[in-house]
Design a protein around this ligand. Structure first.
Ligand SMILES: Cc1cc2nc3c(=O)[nH]c(=O)nc-3n(C[C@H](O)[C@H](O)[C@H](O)COP(=O)(O)OP(=O)(O)OC[C@H]3O[C@@H](n4cnc5c(N)ncnc54)[C@H](O)[C@@H]3O)c2cc1C
Length: 315
């Protein structure tokens, strides 16, 4: 490793990719919808695919781990922080949204809400149920995000990604994946087994009546507001749905509605959500997650697995 300190590595990166905004010891609280967590050693706002390529090449050579951040709506960062680099795709190239006939092409940093809104304006149906998920296209591809009977797998036709295994001085590393090659599964995709940075997705939509599309989006948003504790910071469903069960019901049946650890609480409104009631640390949230997992295992024999990605600590 050539650079002895994070600051020296940051300086080298600033010279190589001057368009990037590179911060050392960046507090992650503001980058996670849980509003908790420690600092990342490096935080890098990237403007282009070329800069992303240069950045990951140097980080890999320096053996510094890195993490791709979307909107942080499925993320819990340890209070001890993340001993690596958080990469954030923020350039205009990652926010492009193009509609051609019934195909919507969206950059990785477009939010699902923006994509759904654009689809609605173009009279295209297919995104209504996904419109209330507060993440980006990149995060939603990774998670195969879904709600109310629709998952990303139902609309994704093709994805463009940077394959980090194919990065070298001579190879560009850009790959195009079909829906099949994305290996979508319940809250997962090919990203689990292959180091990919998603750059863009092509979504296949169908023509629809604008008023119907809007009515469906409004109906589902009203359902979310009624059933989910959107007034508190959280990362949505804390645990995956175990086969044959609902996590929220198991947690409720274990008597944990409203149960607390420090500032973290099992939501009174929806037991599937752990919320930050104000000032919760990541340790509070993790402690509560472990207590919930253990109690549910005792009462039902089912082991809950986190849906939330935990950065910097084992669950
Ligand atoms: C109030 C609330 C409600 C929610 N409701 C739902 C719901 O109904 N359904 C649902 O599925 N989820 C839901 N979620 C969870 C979350 O919004 C989704 O998982 C979303 O897809 C995460 O997107 P993100 O951009 O925030 O990703 P992040 O949380 O930033 O990251 C999630 C994962 O994606 C990876 N990633 C992000 N961008 C890229 C990229 N460009 N290339 C490769 N990997 C990338 C990250 O490394 C990480 O592994 C909810 C969350 C909240 C806070």
């Amino acid at each position: 490793m050539e650079y002895k300190t994070t600051e020296a590595l940051a300086e080298a990166l600033r010279k190589l990719i001057p368009a990037a905004d590179i911060r050392v010891a960046e507090p992650m609280e503001g980058h996670s919808t849980f509003r908790a967590g420690g600092a990342a050693d490096l935080f890098i706002d990237l403007e282009s695919v070329a800069d992303l390529r240069t950045c990951v090449t140097l980080l890999s050579r320096e053996e510094m781990p890195f993490f791709l951040l979307g909107r942080g709506s499925n993320l819990l960062v340890s209070d001890k922080g993340y001993p690596g680099a958080v990469l954030h795709l923020c350039g205009a190239a990652f926010k492009e949204l193009v509609i051609e006939e019934t195909k919507l092409t969206a950059g990785a940093s477009v939010t699902l809400h923006q994509a759904a809104q654009a689809a609605y304006e173009a009279g295209l149906s297919g995104m209504e149920a996904l419109s209330g998920i507060p993440g980006t296209v990149g995060g939603a591809l990774t998670m195969n995000a879904g709600a109310y009977g629709t998952e990303m797998k139902d609309v994704v036709q093709r994805v463009t990604a940077l394959d980090l295994r194919q990065l070298s001085e001579t190879e560009e590393g850009i790959v195009r994946l079909s829906a099949e090659e994305m290996c979508f599964a319940y809250r997962g995709s090919v990203a689990k087994t292959r180091p990919l940075v998603f750059l863009e997705a092509e979504l296949a939509l169908t023509p629809g009546q604008q008023e119907d599309i809007r009515a469906r989006m409004q109906e589902l948003q009203a359902k979310r507001t009624e059933k989910q504790p959107l007034e508190f910071p959280s990362a949505g469903s804390t645990f995956k749905r175990p086969e044959g069960h609902f996590a929220g019901k198991l947690i409720e049946d274990a008597g944990l509605r409203g149960y607390r650890a420090g500032g973290a609480q099992v939501s009174e409104k929806h037991c599937g959500f752990i919320i930050n009631t104000g000032g919760a640390t990541a340790t509070d949230i993790l402690t509560l997650m472990r207590q919930v997992r253990d109690r549910v295992r005792e009462t039902s024999g089912v082991t809950l697995e986190p849906e939330v990605m935990i950065l910097g600590e084992e669950f």
